[in-house]
Ligand binder design. Structure first.
Ligand code: PLP
Length: 422
């Protein structure tokens, strides 16, 4: 077969883009070569519907071993007692939990998308908002922090069957213990979606959701630095509260409902090449080197947040506990759209983001979200964070000056060459 040069040339172009720029998208990272090698391996050829040793296809002895290693490592990394490593993505991990726990039309309570929540936590454009009855909690306007008394009030009012904590653009840690008290009071199950800070949680740098939440979902490609994918976990199995029984009349365990919700409920064959890549990433995340990495991610974010504040930028909640920050650009007279486009011109990649109580549309927004997971993998340290903030500020303050932007772009590209990638 002739090599498809068109696609490979574009892949090379994307690699060059990643190498020359400063990557600040909070949900992105640079995974290792061995993770990519597994993701591009012969395992992509194999069908393996079912779970290790209980498959609907022959020839699964090898992928059984691989998937079991991925499950065992996920459990070790997070202190879970049960894990399903098959969800193709974070959205599908959440969809599987909803399918296992809810009936169509059931009430759910999630973090408002416009305050930093995720589409899969009840947005009307997503399955979670279309199939279920979504309600939301948010942050207080003055503090930018989730007000737990208001969460409790809302839960009592709407009587959700499932409460979801976790977010895509929230820079503070979560009070899982209080969320569990609230869930217990209204008879709801509690799901923590830790897609963003998973790596920091795994290594004990943030509170442990598995201690209090019935179910925890995550992606594997953000701070966790693995391949793109999803994961569902629990610490302690329990009888499902919905009365669903096995053929022998016993109550089915939650783990069994979740496994069935992933397959055959949500997905067909698992991606064993991606599961192998997840297994490798979990092993990497258990290493001392990774511990140093997540410590640096957190330090870098704290220094960067401080540097933005010193330059007069307004951070939602005033700072960060994790790897990301959400910046309100209204006092700088800039929209998120202009910031994203202008920074793009100098090869600094961020994303525009709604800020709580935003009056602009999601296509324009008043904020930008910035994270340190990718640049820390690249090897940048605290002093470099100050330099990045200086570059961002200079770019935004000169957003209509094309020659100033061209010279900043050169500066960015020359600087990034000093941090080799792959
Ligand atoms: N949950 C949260 C909190 C996220 O931030 C994201 C992705 O940004 C997802 C779920 C969805 O993950 P995926 O893009 O892998 O479907």
């Amino acid at each position: 077969m002739k090599r498809d040069q068109v696609v490979f040339d574009l892949i090379q172009k994307e690699e060059d883009r990643q190498k020359r720029g400063i990557e600040l998208i909070a949900s992105e990272n640079f995974t290792s070569k061995q993770v990519m090698e597994a993701a591009g391996s012969v395992l992509t050829n194999k069908y393996a519907e079912g779970l290790p040793t209980k498959r609907y296809y022959g020839g699964c002895e090898v992928v059984d071993e691989i998937e079991q290693i991925a499950i065992d490592r996920a459990k070790e990394l997070f202190g879970a007692t049960w894990a399903n490593v098959q969800p193709h993505s974070g959205a599908q991990a959440n969809a599987a939990v909803f399918l296992a726990c809810l009936k169509p039309g059931d009430a759910i309570l999630g973090f408002d998308l416009s305050h930093g929540g995720h589409l899969t936590h009840g947005s009307p454009v997503n399955f979670s908002g279309k199939n279920y009855k979504p309600h939301f909690y948010g942050v207080d306007e003055e503090t930018g922090v989730v007000n737990m008394d208001k969460v409790a009030e809302k839960a009592k009012e709407v009587q959700p069957k499932l409460i979801i904590c976790g977010a895509s653009a929230y820079s503070r840690d979560w009070d899982y213990e209080r969320f569990r008290e609230i869930a217990d009071e209204v008879g709801a199950l509690l799901l923590a979606d830790i897609a963003h800070p998973a790596g920091l949680i795994a290594r004990g740098l943030l509170r442990d959701p598995l201690e209090y939440c019935h179910i925890v979902t995550t992606t594997t490609h953000k701070t966790l630095r693995g391949t793109r994918g999803g994961l569902i976990m629990m610490r302690g199995d329990f009888d499902n509260p919905f009365g669903i029984k096995t053929p022998k009349g016993q109550l089915r365990k939650m783990s069994s409902l979740l496994d069935s919700a992933v397959f055959p409920g949500m997905q067909g064959g698992p991606l064993e090449h991606i599961i192998a890549a997840k297994a490798i990433a979990f092993q990497e995340a258990l290493s001392d080197e990774y511990m140093e990495y997540v410590l640096q991610v957190k330090k870098n974010a704290a220094v960067m947040a401080e540097a933005f504040v010193e330059k007069g930028y307004k951070l939602i909640s005033g700072g960060t506990d994790n790897h990301l920050m959400l910046i309100d650009l209204r006092n700088k007279d800039l929209s998120g759209k202009v910031a994203e486009e202008t920074l793009g011109k100098v090869d600094i990649t961020i994303n525009k983001n709604m800020v709580p109580f935003d009056t602009r549309s999601p296509f324009v927004t008043s904020g930008m979200r910035i994270g340190t997971a990718a640049i820390t993998t690249r090897g940048l340290k605290e002093d470099d964070m100050k330099k990045i903030v200086e570059l961002i500020d200079r770019t935004l303050m000169n957003h209509e000056d094309e020659s100033a932007l061209a010279s900043i772009k050169n500066e960015v590209n020359e600087w990034m060459v000093q941090f080799p990638l792959y």
